[in-house]
Ligand binder design. Structure first.
Ligand code: NAI
Length: 370
């Protein structure tokens, strides 16, 4: 099927991951793109990647107009531009009848997120949000274990996404870092919306519960930043369980720093993104078991999400690739075998949590309903 990409230009952080992941199973062919804020650079990079000259566009508006009129129009467009552009680009493509995979955070405001859910519903098209980590086989296994009651009633969820790559004040002018702390381009939150959101989504994904209340503390440790570079959130979930999130951009020495622990009445589990093949599970009063990706002992959805044999490394491209595979199975039929992809509702739920956290932080950490 034909796939299009908006953003994700040559110097971008995440464009390469999308291109590799989308094309991993041979289902999606990069047929069109508006890859860069600079039209010339975008066109040049598009043709360099093998996109036909007539479909290597200078702007997403040109791409939308031209693709709308084509018989071989793209079947899915990925939006991998900075946050402040997601709403406008995603709404425009959905309204013109295109399926969309939008990068996180879905939008900058709750109003835009809720509008986008309505636009997606009205269009009858798919709008997915790229919480790519939920494509990791062992994250899917963790969710299946919760669904099948292996952990009993979920009591506490502890997640963190704390890295140390924005700790240097001299980086404030780096164009890839600058927009992340500019409220005009990122909204009410920086690190919570940028990285914390993945851990928040993972907490909802694994426990199959929405976050209903938040008490947040936002701090900025590097001078000159208008938004938080470190945050601590206490969470309450719909089923009565509680959660904690620590997210940070100044935690020097932490590399990726994304992990989650879930504790229920019958057992606890722990997964860390830097060791994605292993899921630790400890039943109540029992010894810890290390579940390996690719093992026959996993639930079917986790087995289906695994592309290579047990013991080999499988990482981020495989996780993003599972999102693309689910989208292909949903659009082309017969329906997803690997599991779900995060939807526009999941994206909107996260925008609500981020907005609630920002309001709570302003009120000294007051418990605030989502
Ligand atoms: P970046 O700043 O490295 O790259 C952004 C790219 O978008 C650049 O190529 C830029 O030229 C292009 N661009 C900007 N405005 C554009 C426009 N109007 N039309 C066409 N192209 C445009 O940003 P990065 O880190 O790649 O992030 C992009 C998005 O992906 C953000 O929303 C970010 O939150 C998200 N992201 C998601 C990750 C995930 O794991 N799901 C990981 C990293 C980023």
């Amino acid at each position: 099927m034909n796939w299009g990409l908006v953003g994700g230009g040559k110097a971008s952080q995440i464009g390469g991951a999308h291109r590799i992941a989308a094309q991993l199973d041979g289902h999606w062919r990069l047929a069109a793109g508006a890859l860069d804020i600079d039209p010339e650079k975008g066109r040049a990079y598009g043709t360099e990647l093998g996109i036909d000259e007539s479909r290597a566009y200078g702007t997403w508006q040109d791409m939308l107009k031209s693709e709308s009129g084509r018989e071989d129009r793209i079947d899915l467009v990925t939006i991998a531009t900075p946050n402040h552009t997601h709403f406008e680009i995603a709404s425009a493509f959905l309204s013109a009848g295109f399926n969309v995979l939008c990068e996180k955070p879905l939008t900058m405001t709750v109003r835009d997120a809720e509008d986008l859910v309505r636009v997606a519903e009205k269009s009858g098209k798919i709008c997915a949000t790229n919480f790519g980590y939920s494509g990791y086989p062992m994250a899917i296994q963790a969710r299946e274990m919760v669904r099948n009651g292996d952990l009993g009633d979920i009591r506490v969820v502890f997640s963190e996404f704390a890295h140390g790559f924005h700790a240097d004040e001299s980086d404030n002018d780096n164009p890839r870092i600058r927009w992340r702390y500019d409220p005009e381009q990122t909204g009410v939150s920086s690190i919570t919306a940028d990285c914390g959101v993945h851990a928040l989504h993972m907490a909802e994904f694994i426990t199959c519960q929405r976050i209903t209340e938040v008490s947040a503390q936002f701090d900025h440790c590097v001078d000159g930043r208008a938004l938080e570079d470190d945050a601590l959130l206490a969470l309450r979930f719909g089923n009565g369980s509680v959660g904690r999130l620590w997210t940070s951009a100044i935690a020097i020495g932490q590399v990726h720093g994304f992990g989650i622990r879930v504790f229920g009445s019958k057992g606890g589990l722990s997964w860390h993104q830097e060791f994605p093949n292993q899921l630790h599970f400890t039943p109540l009063n029992g010894p810890t078991r290390i579940l390996e990706r690719g093992s026959e002992a996993l639930y079917p959805k986790a087995r289906a999400a695994s592309r290579i044999a047990i013991g080999h490394a499988e990482g981020m491209f495989g996780a993003f690739g599972n999102i693309y595979r689910s989208l292909h199975e949903t659009i082309a039929g017969p329906g997803p075998a690997t599991g779900d992809f995060p939807t526009v509702e999941d994206g909107a739920a996260m925008v609500r949590v981020i907005d609630t956290a920002a309001r709570s932080a302003k009120q000294g950490g007051a418990w605030t309903p989502v």
